[in-house]
Design a protein around this ligand. Structure first.
Ligand SMILES: C[S@@+](CC[C@H](N)C(=O)[O-])C[C@H]1O[C@@H](n2cnc3c(N)ncnc32)[C@H](O)[C@@H]1O
Length: 388
C-alpha cells in the first residue's frame, strides 16, 4: 500500500487487482495536484463534487469527508478498487453515500466542481464531456488532470469545445492540470459510436466510445477468429475480456446451441457487446456482464474460453491482467476444457500458460501474433497456486 497525503486526508491506497511487489501505485501526481488545487480554491464544505475516471478511489475517498461526492468511471476494476480502499480506510459509510450519489452514472442535477482524470482514450473523454454539459452551471469549477506524457493537446481542445476556455497549469511532478471555465456554450453532440463490418461472419459491429480497437477489428482478434471451433453442441463458452463481443458472436454463429458468457471490465464494452448480441441474435439466451473476468463463475463450469487478453491497465503496460485471466480460465474450465488465446509473440504466453495448463500448443503464427490452445489436462480440476 502507498499513502496518498493531501490537504483533505491521508489514505492508504491499493490498486485493484492487487499485484504483489509491483512498483505501480494506486494514485499519481495528477491526483495529488488536483487535490492540492481544489484545496487552494476553497470550495465550501458540503459542495457537490463529481469525480470522473478516479483510479481506485484516490480522489473520491480524499474528498468524501468534506463534500458530497459522486464518482463515475468506465472501469469495473477501478470501481472495485474504490470499494476496497473505502473499507480499508474506514470509509465504508462514505462509500455508501458515494454509491448512492453515483448510481448508474446517469447523473442529474448540477455540480459545484468536477474533477477529471483524463482517460486513456479521447473518445471516452469526449463522451463524458458531452454528458457533463447539462450538469454544469456558470460557477461550476472544472479541473482536469493527467501525467504530461498521457496528456495530448486534443484533450484541452475537447475541454474548450464542450466546456469553455481552458487554462493550463505549470507542470508539477510531471503532471499538469487544465482548468476549464464554463462558458454556457451551445450543447455539443455526443461522439458517434463507430461501426465496422466483419464480412467473414456477416457481422456489423457497433463500438461505443472508449472501447478497445474502436474503429477496426484488431489484427490479433482476426487471427483468433479463424480458430473458433464449430461442432460444440450445447457447450458453455466464455468470451473473456469480450470488448464488442466479436469472438462470442462468431462462436455463437458457428454453434447455434452453445451457451455464451461474455464479460468485460469496461462498461462501454459491455454495452457494445449487448447491442451487438441483440442485433445478431435477438432474444437468444446469453450472459453479458461487467466484472473482473471469470472471478464470480463457479469452478469447472466452462468447456471453452476465448481470450484476446489486455496488455495494459489504464496507462500502465504489463501482462499481470493477462496472466490473471489465464489462471481464472484454468479454474473455471472443466477438466479437458480449452483456452484459446491470441497474444503478441514477444510476450511469451506459451511458456506462461504452462504454469497452469497441462498441454499448450501453437495453432497459428503471424509475424506479430500467435494463437495458442491451452488444455486443462489435470483430472483433479484444481488450479495450481500462483508461482510468480
Ligand atoms: C485486447 S482487448 C480484447 C477485446 C475483444 N475481445 C477483441 O478481441 O476485440 C482486452 C479486453 O479485456 C478487458 N479487460 C481487461 N481486464 C479485464 C478484467 N479483469 N476482466 C474483464 N475484462 C477485462 C478490456 O476492457 C478489453 O476490452
Amino acid at each position: 500500500m502507498a499513502i496518498l497525503k493531501s490537504p483533505f486526508a491521508h489514505l492508504d491506497l491499493e490498486r485493484f487487482p492487487v499485484q504483489q511487489n509491483s512498483p505501480l501505485q494506486a494514485f499519481n501526481a495528477a491526483d495529488e495536484y488536483l487535490l492540492q488545487r481544489l484545496h487552494e480554491l476553497r470550495l465550501p464544505k458540503g459542495s457537490h463534487v463529481l469525480v470522473l475516471n478516479d483510479s481506485f478511489g484516490a480522489l473520491a475517498l480524499s474528498l468524501c469527508q468534506q463534500y458530497r461526492v459522486s464518482s463515475c468511471s468506465d472501469s469495473f476494476l477501478a470501481q472495485q478498487g474504490l470499494t476496497n480502499n473505502a473499507h480499508s480506510n474506514q470509509l465504508t459509510k462514505a462509500l455508501e453515500e458515494i454509491k448512492r450519489a453515483s448510481r448508474t452514472c446517469e447523473l442529474e442535477g448540477s455540480f459545484d466542481a468536477v474533477l477529471i482524470q483524463i482517460p486513456k482514450t479521447l473518445a471516452l473523454l469526449q463522451d463524458q464531456l458531452a454528458g457533463l454539459q447539462k450538469l454544469l452551471n456558470a460557477d461550476t469549477l472544472v479541473l482536469a488532470g493527467a501525467m504530461i506524457k498521457h496528456l495530448p493537446r486534443a484533450a484541452g481542445e475537447l475541454l474548450e469545445q464542450y466546456i469553455g476556455p481552458v487554462q493550463a497549469s505549470l507542470a508539477q511532478k510531471k503532471a499538469r492540470l487544465l482548468q476549464a471555465q464554463v462558458a454556457g456554450l451551445a450543447e455539443q453532440p455526443f461522439p458517434v459510436s463507430s461501426t465496422y463490418a466483419v464480412p467473414e461472419f456477416d457481422l456489423k459491429l457497433v463500438n461505443h466510445p472508449g472501447i478497445y480497437s474502436q474503429d477496426k477489428l484488431d489484427v490479433g482478434t482476426r487471427l483468433l477468429l479463424q480458430h473458433v471451433p464449430a461442432g460444440l453442441g450445447d457447450q458453455r463458452v466464455a468470451d473473456l475480456g469480450c470488448g464488442n463481443g466479436v469472438l462470442a458472436l462468431a462462436c455463437a454463429q458457428l454453434n447455434p446451441q452453445a451457451q455464451l458468457v461474455l464479460v468485460d471490465e469496461s462498461h462501454a464494452a459491455v454495452r457494445s457487446a449487448r447491442d451487438n448480441w441483440q442485433a445478431a441474435f435477438g432474444q437468444r439466451d446469453v450472459e453479458i456482464f461487467a466484472g473482473d473476468g471469470l472471478r464470480t463463475l463457479p469452478p469447472a463450469s466452462l468447456d471453452l474460453v476465448l481470450c484476446n487478453p489486455p496488455f495494459h491497465q489504464q496507462q500502465a503496460m504489463n501482462d499481470f491482467l493477462a496472466l490473471r485471466m489465464f489462471r481464472q480460465a484454468h479454474r473455471t474450465l472443466k477438466p479437458g476444457g480449452e483456452l484459446l488465446v491470441v497474444g503478441n509473440r514477444h510476450l511469451g504466453y506459451h511458456a506462461k500458460l504452462r504454469r497452469w495448463f497441462g498441454k499448450v500448443e501453437q495453432l497459428a503464427a503471424h509475424p506479430k501474433f500467435v494463437v495458442l490452445r491451452a488444455i486443462k489436462t489435470e483430472k483433479t480440476g484444481q488450479t495450481p497456486a500462483e508461482k510468480s
